[in-house]
Design a protein around this ligand. Structure first.
Ligand code: ARG
Length: 564
């Protein structure tokens, strides 16, 4: 599409006094194919030219030089609509995809710019629950989207590895901990201890004092407390990393809350020097009443720092380290106030980059399956979810394609893909009611549907024993072919839109549309049975679809098995 846009800009620049860069920003995508492929709205010109936008559009149409790239250019009300030459669009689109392959869709808009993405961030003392699944998969997709646009991305795991809960855990472990359980399934055991602590503390408040004392010891560097904390952190982290591996998620840095321990005093001192901190009932706060928010707490009465103090310190550290152009915090919507306060404090401190920080909130996820809460406590373990997904996918594959070679691997890709897509296909801000039948439905709006379309194309291409070969994609001017091409040509636009709005759902919708357009095409147009030149062009087209599905699924963090 870019080639056609550049041409439209060139034509417009020849007759208008505007700079090319400004014109580029004006071009729009028409809402429906009847309205052309590129639209130029004339509202803005009305002021400078002192004419009605409709008049300007009509005059422009007459003045524009001829172009081989467009079949026609029409004035429609206040818009000038450009219609691409269909054969040329087909040829350039299919050829670019098959030349660029994995790189198709990528842009270099972000060259030289850095985006820090704070995502996943599970809490050490607690198991990896499904709540953190959302942050993990959304953050991972945003990472890939920005990377595809040429940004340098820094993925940070701000682990919850410090805080009063460690006092509780140490106290609970010393009372009830079982070494064998700790080796066998550490997260499960830590969770049991955590649940038990809360249950017993209700009856026995002395436990809370004990926990507080242990946390104090930990903060003061007591060797026993430190050793236990380190042990909990290590075993948890090993478990988390196993889950990340299953999900195909990586981080550039694990900088958890404890990472900032040594820097906190300095941060608090800085806020005080700036005259922004005040004492309030023995605690230290930044007053945010002018901003219409409750005060931001930096130190408790006992001198302990808080989640907010650590985030303040982390933001400053990250800016000094990465000089980011953008920082995204992929964290649940329930922390919206925390981030508004954090950004407000940064602003008060005079950091101009405070405006580059952005909270990317998301809603809750709930599982309907009774089986998901068999473990003690109400928390749903992510690993159980992933295992269950794989198990269910394996069942479906066993039914549909019992002879499949690498069944286990594919079941994993399909099951995990279904879970990720079940999350990412929703507008992130909405709550999700997770339904196994829905996310695994091979004909629904699901990952398996997209993966299956991909596998189907792979199978057709395997049957065409003479593919790849020479082809002429300009033959692809039929309605179904054009519907597919129209979508393929706009892949980059969707990546830009998804990144700008921080919504992977844009890409999820897009791959569904591509898969649906392919299926309609394939239903109506023979590929292998068509006359040889048409057959070759259609093979090229479906190979292009295959590639775009792979690239699109990759942006979501989902694998595309070749058979399923
Ligand atoms: N560990 C936190 C939680 O589970 C999320 C941390 C998000 N990142 C941050 N910089 N605050 O709620």
């Amino acid at each position: 599409m870019q080639m056609f846009r550049n041409e439209a800009i060139k034509l417009l620049a020849a007759v208008l006094p505007a700079a090319k860069e400004d014109l580029a920003g004006e071009l729009e995508n028409p809402p429906a194919p009847e309205m052309g492929d590129i639209a130029f709205p004339c509202f803005k010109l009305a002021k400078t030219l002192r004419k009605a936008p409709t008049v300007i559009a009509a005059e422009l149409k007459d003045k524009l030089p001829e172009s081989k790239l467009f079949a026609r250019i029409e004035a429609k009300g206040p818009y000038l609509n450009f219609y691409c030459d269909r054969a040329l669009l087909a040829r350039t689109t299919v050829e670019s995809i098959l030349e660029q392959r994995e790189a198709y869709g990528r842009l270099d808009l972000g060259r030289g710019k850095t985006v820090v993405i704070d995502f996943s961030a599970p809490n050490i003392a607690k198991p990896f629950g499904v709540g953190h699944l959302r942050s993990t998969v959304i953050g991972n997709s945003l990472y890939r989207l920005y990377e595809a646009l040429g940004y340098k991305c820094v993925g940070i795991n701000h682990l919850g590895d410090w805080g009063t809960q460690f006092g509780k855990l140490i106290a609970a472990y010393l009372r009830w901990g079982v070494a064998e359980k700790m080796t066998a399934d550490p997260l499960q055991h830590l969770y049991e201890l955590y649940v038990r602590f809360h249950r017993e503390a209700e009856q026995n408040p002395a436990l809370d004092d004990e926990a507080r004392a242990w946390f104090k010891k930990l903060e003061d560097g007591d060797p026993e407390a430190t050793r236990l904390w380190r042990h909990f952190r290590e075993v948890s982290l090993a478990d988390f990393k196993r889950i990340y591996k299953i999900l195909g998620v990586e981080f550039d840095a694990y900088q958890g809350e404890s990472f900032y321990n040594e820097m906190l005093d300095e941060t608090v001192a800085l806020v005080e020097e700036m005259g922004l901190a005040q004492a309030s009932e023995g605690a230290l706060v930044v007053d945010l009443s002018a901003e219409g928010m409750p005060p931001c707490l930096l130190r408790k009465q006992d001198g302990a720092t808080l989640y907010a103090t650590r985030d303040l310190c982390a933001a400053i550290y990250r800016y000094n380290t990465y000089q980011f152009d953008k920082m995204l915090y992929v964290v649940g919507a329930d922390q919206a106030l925390h981030f508004r306060q954090l950004f407000a404090v940064l602003k008060k401190m005079g950091y101009s980059w405070a405006d580059r920080c952005c909270h990317v909130p998301f809603g809750l996820i709930r599982f309907q399956d009774g089986k998901m809460s068999t473990r003690q406590g109400t928390l749903v373990f992510l690993e159980d979810v992933l295992n269950r997904a794989t198990e269910l996918a394996a069942g479906i594959i066993q039914e549909k394609n019992p002879g499949l070679a690498n069944k286990e691997e594919v079941a994993r890709q399909v099951g995990i893909g279904a879970v990720i897509f079940g999350d990412l296909s929703n507008d992130r801000i909405k709550d999700i009611e997770f339904d196994w039948d829905k996310v695994l439905d091979f004909s629904g709006e699901t990952a398996p549907y997209v993966q299956y379309s991909h596998a189907r194309i792979c199978s057709i291409l395997r049957k065409a024993d003479n593919w790849p070969q020479e082809y002429d994609a300009s033959l692809l001017t039929g309605a179904e072919e054009q519907a597919v091409i129209n979508l393929l040509a706009r892949f980059s636009d969707q990546i830009v839109r998804a990144a700008e709005t921080c919504k992977p759902s844009v890409i999820a919708r897009y791959v569904l549309d591509v898969a649906a357009a392919f299926n309609t095409f394939y239903h109506r147009c023979p590929v292998l049975q068509a006359p040889p030149d048409i057959s070759r062009a259609r093979l090229a087209l479906i190979d292009a679809v295959r590639q775009v599905l792979v690239n699109g699924l990759w942006l979501l963090g989902i694998a595309a098995p070749e058979e399923m």
